[in-house]
Design a protein around this ligand. Structure first.
Ligand SMILES: Cc1cc2nc3c(=O)[nH]c(=O)nc-3n(C[C@H](O)[C@H](O)[C@H](O)COP(=O)(O)OP(=O)(O)OC[C@H]3O[C@@H](n4cnc5c(N)ncnc54)[C@H](O)[C@@H]3O)c2cc1C
Length: 454
């Protein structure tokens, strides 16, 4: 499927390659500054790469490398998310986070973690003794020794955010070409001509936001790659809604030499999430889940939060981080060739996306326009009012997640209609509940067939 939103047919000022969260934020930022933007995505819909499956935490950067570009861009991205979220109707679950020490060895590390947080400008962290930590989270195993409270760690909606960024870009005239793979490119000294699976696209500058294929796209267009993607898989377990009542705060591990440990947190949709693992792999497109790993995740989660024992699991999934051979972000600016790569955005890109976008606009000399059309997204968060709670919703289609017919219709009538079941799920929550589409799947597929392919 190829498409072009009508505002500009090209040539463009800026071509953004990749419709992950970083590409969506980047397209928004350039469109807001009045640039003629095209976002090019090879998949049938956006958010099919690393941005499809993550933990959805809005980080403070308390444990990021002090003085790093990653830290600066995470904090910038976070600040902008908090500033724009109301105008775009983006949710925030203000949970706070707690780094919990379960052994003497882990407890000894809390001082250094606290010092790093303060060095990173996160000054509201606070040490909690065992009694105080258990008073805050009575469901945790009483074997905990101490904790570091990080009040600014929050949970957001990893899909509504990039959708809102791209909707706003479209409201400012950006074109989106889905189902369009960049196959190569040539720079003639003034302008790029990108060869794609759907014809040539011309643009003055190119921003490479191709995530797990960032090195590949550099090689295709520049002839060499400045980094090498080494995918790192993270597997997750999603517990059913009652489990979310067991916990308010994000429970973070103390990292050890052997393991990064397991994170427990509520999701924006009212579930409880456990994960992720960190597993190196070659494959860039496939993130499988393995029974033994999932069982180990569940076992550790039950040790941490004993009330989880016997709780039903709704779903399991895995995401791929676009890690590279080095730990830091791989940003490559080639001013003479009008090229910028935002690469290696491995595990903090949801938080940093708006910061990375601002960085890109500054690098290319685009100032932000003051006038902005907001393009609010429908609320999908469980703790805010949902569509089924308002009159006139027609009918409930997905009963587990209480998704209405009106919400599904709105997704198809919106600025970037879904083209796949996954895309519809990410816009509405349909099929995400405890039956995983067993009851509503046929109806949802029929609506998709009629609206997207009819
Ligand atoms: C397990 C896990 C947990 C995480 N938890 C968090 C978290 O809690 N908080 C946080 O801030 N971050 C988190 N992250 C990180 C975050 O998800 C990533 O940093 C972010 O999604 C990267 O986005 P991206 O846009 O760079 O890449 P992607 O989402 O991979 O987007 C790149 C896009 O480019 C497209 N593309 C590739 N090649 C081409 C081509 N030739 N032509 C056209 N299109 C192309 C792809 O199809 C893809 O859609 C986590 C990641 C994982 C995997």
């Amino acid at each position: 499927m190829t498409e072009a939103t009508p505002s500009h047919a090209g040539p463009f000022d800026v071509a953004v390659i990749g419709g992950g969260v970083v590409g969506c934020a980047t397209a928004r930022r350039f469109a807001l500054s009045g640039a003629r933007v095209v976002l090019i995505e090879k998949a049938a819909d956006i958010l099919e790469g690393a941005s499809k499956g993550n933990s959805a935490l809005l980080h403070t950067g308390f444990d990021a490398p002090t003085g790093s570009v990653e830290l600066a861009l995470m904090q910038r991205g976070r600040d902008e998310y908090l500033a724009i979220r109301e105008s775009l109707n983006l949710p925030l679950l203000e949970t706070g986070g707690m780094v919990v020490a379960w052994s003497e060895e882990e407890e000894a590390k809390l001082d250094a973690i606290e010092a790093q947080a303060r060095a990173n400008g996160v000054h509201d962290v606070r040490r909690l003794g065992a009694a105080e930590a258990l008073a805050r989270e009575p469901g945790l195993a009483p074997t905990l020794r101490a904790a570091l409270l990080v009040p600014g760690e929050h949970v957001i909606d990893a899909w509504s955010a990039p959708l809102a960024y791209l909707f706003q870009a479209i409201a400012h005239g950006a074109a989106v070409r889905r189902g369009t793979e960049v196959l190569g490119g040539r720079f003639d000294g003034a302008r790029w001509r990108l060869e794609t699976s759907a014809g040539a696209i011309e643009a003055t500058s190119v921003i490479n936001c191709a995530g797990l294929y960032g090195d590949h796209v550099e090689r295709l267009c520049l002839g060499d790659a400045s980094f090498e993607i080494r995918p790192r898989k993270g597997q997750f377990v999603v517990f059913d809604k009652p489990a979310a009542k067991l916990l308010r705060t994000i429970i973070l591990p103390v990292p050890t030499e052997r393991t990064k440990g397991v994170v427990l947190c509520r999701t924006i949709w009212g579930n409880l999430l456990v994960g992720p693992t960190a597993e190196e792999q070659q494959e860039r497109d496939r993130a499988t889940v393995e029974q033994a790993t999932l069982e180990a995740l569940i076992a550790r989660a039950v040790e941490i939060l004993p009330g989880l024992a016997g709780m039903p699991v709704n779903a399991v999934y895995a995401g791929l981080r676009s890690a590279t051979e080095q730990k830091h972000y791989r940003l490559r600016h080639e001013p003479e060739r009008h090229w910028l790569s935002l690469g290696g955005i491995r595990s903090t890109g949801l938080t940093a996306a708006l910061g990375l976008a601002a960085y890109a606009a500054e690098r290319l000399g685009f100032a932000q326009d003051a006038a902005q059309h907001a393009a609010p997204v429908p609320n999908l968060a469980e703790h805010e009012e949902r569509d089924w709670q308002r009159p006139g919703y027609d009918a409930i289609v997905c009963h587990c997640e209480l998704v209405t017919r009106r919400e599904i219709a709105a997704a198809f009538d919106g600025p970037l209609p879904p083209t796949t079941l996954g895309g519809l799920k990410r816009r509405t929550r349909a099929t995400m509940g405890r039956c995983q589409g067993f009851y509503c799947g046929a109806q949802v597929r029929q609506i998709l067939a009629e609206r997207a392919h009819g």
